[in-house]
Design a protein around this ligand. Structure first.
Ligand SMILES: Cc1cc2nc3c(=O)[nH]c(=O)nc-3n(C[C@H](O)[C@H](O)[C@H](O)COP(=O)(O)OP(=O)(O)OC[C@H]3O[C@@H](n4cnc5c(N)ncnc54)[C@H](O)[C@@H]3O)c2cc1C
Length: 366
């Protein structure tokens, strides 16, 4: 359910593993998604290369590869992290992945919205609306890859209280005077939050972040010296919701699977604290879900038990980064110089996570 990176890789893998696989997407494909569109960490780089191959040049947007990420704190020299990062509009990146899943045998139905799921006796019943028609599908296994406001998650856990962030994007024509080949994070209050970012894409630049409406003055001040006209109107703007369920995941108040229904990516709130990378975790959890389904089918077992066991090291990584992010809030008390160095170190480590081993981090602060 859901044709983002998580759903695409999971569908591709299930089809390759011999399952009759249906990928459902509520919107018409290709579809855009509110996202910077960076393939960020080692996880994402490795899985994209291994499962999909080289990203075609026409899927990438100018500058095709960022040289790195730059962190800006008031009164502190910007901290550059050299890190080659492929950059795309999600419309193009995800559609490329959809096609690769299709080539491996997954059937794709777009404009098909999942309405709800019930399970009984090892079977899942999925109510969908395909165009104007409502119907029910039967499936042995379901992967909920339907993003931040997941209908699958709501069906599984109707009483779960989900706190959300509400990031926005404003897209402007032209450019501002800063390195086009870097992703720029700004921390205007010398704290880990609030923050906003600037990214150049083709003939445009975007201002993105959760609090950009409240940070208007800070954004104008930061960008005015860099050729930005505060009276300029964005060509377009959009926004979305992001679930903030890290604490519930870490404390075990929320397990992202039940019976034969498995949640992955944003639907499971698997977003890395500190960098807010989500494509890598969506891909990684998609692969784990597909593997768990294969194992469950062979042994005639429930997929959730296997998936949750396999997901544990990934949750440990999340736990470590969450704890580290809490440590950064304390570092803010020591001033922007110290925070900027600590943020750079944490950000670099998050990008470098390459396996599902427990990362050595601050003691748990949850
Ligand atoms: C402003 C912003 C910038 C970001 N930048 C980055 C970045 O540069 N790099 C990075 O790694 N991460 C980034 N992220 C996070 C990243 O966008 C997500 O974590 C990632 O898209 C999650 O992938 P997914 O496959 O789980 O879900 P999604 O990509 O959200 O895909 C879910 C799909 O499910 C479909 N769907 C939803 N409901 C239903 C339904 N009921 N029935 C059928 N289909 C449904 C949706 O239409 C969508 O196509 C950013 C997020 C934001 C908000």
């Amino acid at each position: 359910m859901g044709a983002g990176p998580g759903g695409s890789v999971a569908a591709k893998k299930c089809a390759q593993n011999g399952f009759r696989t249906l990928l459902l997407e509520k919107r018409r494909l290709p579809r855009e998604k509110v996202c910077t569109g960076m393939i960020m960490g080692v996880w994402a780089h490795n899985i994209v290369a291994q499962e999909f191959g080289d990203i075609p040049q026409d899927v990438l947007v100018d500058p095709h590869y960022l040289s790195g990420h730059m962190l800006h704190f008031p009164g502190v020299e910007p901290q550059a992290i050299e890190w080659q990062t492929p950059l795309a509009w999600r419309r193009d990146l995800d559609f490329w992945m959809n096609k690769r899943a299709e080539e491996e045998g997954a059937e794709i139905w777009d404009t098909t919205k999942v309405l709800g799921i019930t399970q009984s006796e090892g079977q899942c019943r999925v109510a969908v609306k395909k165009g104007e028609e409502e119907r029910e599908l039967n499936a042995r296994f379901v992967i909920g890859a339907d993003g931040a406001t997941s209908r699958v998650r709501k069906s599984l856990f109707p009483n779960l209280k989900v706190p959300y962030m509400a990031p926005r994007r404003e897209c402007y024509e032209g450019s501002v005077h800063m390195e086009r080949d870097y992703f720029h994070w700004f921390f205007p209050k010398s704290r880990p939050h609030p923050r906003f970012d600037i990214i150049h894409k083709g003939d445009f630049f975007l201002i993105e972040g959760s609090g950009i409406r409240d940070l208007r003055e800070e954004i104008n001040q930061t960008l005015m010296g860099r050729g930005f006209d505060p009276s300029a109107r964005p060509v377009w703007q959009d926004g979305c919701l992001e679930p903030v369920l890290h604490k519930a995941l870490i404390l075990g108040a929320f397990y992202p699977a039940l019976g034969n229904v498995l949640l992955i990516g944003d639907a499971a709130s698997l977003i890395l604290p500190i960098t807010y990378e989500g494509i890598g975790p969506a891909l990684q959890s998609g692969l784990l879900a597909a593997a768990a389904i294969s194992e469950a089918a062979e042994g005639d077992r429930q997929a959730a038990d296997i998936y949750l066991r396999q997901l544990k090291p990934m949750l440990d990584v999340l736990k470590g980064l969450y704890s580290w992010s809490k440590g950064l809030e304390q570092k803010a008390e020591k001033g922007p110089q110290i925070l900027s160095r600590a943020m750079k170190e944490a950000y670099e480590e998050a990008l470098k996570i390459s396996s599902l081993q427990q990362v050595e981090l601050y003691p748990l602060g949850v």
